[in-house]
Design a protein. Structure first.
Length: 173
């Protein structure tokens, strides 16, 4: 993910915060309307801010992403405890079967799931178009976090625990 490819301040901020956090929990509604989460690896954040992953066409993620018109509403949650940074992204999910996109996202790490390589007929890409994001950014130092937590307990209110920002990325239709 490259911050310099992002076109808006909101996308630059989002990219800066998730840079280095390749794994995230993807939450979708299942066929019964219940929330279901799974770990996913984000392979790219393109210049429009769209997040890309490789998935199986025959898998439940692809089926869920194709529910409804105009994409499926999902949530993607990142966590980096070492930096005390947490990011939640609300997005529209869609399944893409573009050979050029699949080639760009392909790596040897995907081979165990797609043994026929980038030409595997079950391979497709999941595109997440962010609509909004929330970012929680705390102090980097564990010692500072511990002091802030102890102070908050002693004072009976949150103190020095960091920032919480809301970013509006795209307007919904």
């Amino acid at each position: 993910m490259k911050v310099d490819t992002q076109k808006t301040p909101e996308l630059k901020a989002l990219c800066e915060h998730i840079e280095g956090m390749r794994s995230a929990m993807l939450t979708m509604r299942d066929a019964q309307g219940l929330l279901s989460s799974q770990p996913m690896t984000v392979l790219e954040m393109d210049g429009r801010g769209d997040l890309w992953m490789l998935i199986s066409k025959s898998g439940h993620t692809a089926r869920q992403a194709q529910q409804g018109s105009g994409g499926h509403a999902v949530s993607l949650a990142f966590s980096d405890e070492s930096r005390s940074t947490y990011v939640s992204i609300s997005a529209q999910a869609s399944v893409e079967d573009d050979p050029v996109r699949k080639e760009a996202l392909w790596s040897a790490m995907a081979r165990p799931w797609f043994p026929k390589g980038v030409e595997d007929p079950d391979l497709c890409a999941l595109r997440l178009q962010p609509l909004k994001a929330e970012i929680w950014d705390g102090p980097d130092s564990p010692v500072v976090r511990l002091i802030a937590m102890a102070s908050a307990v002693a004072m009976g209110k949150p103190l020095g625990m960091g920032d919480h920002d809301k970013l509006s990325i795209r307007q919904t239709a």
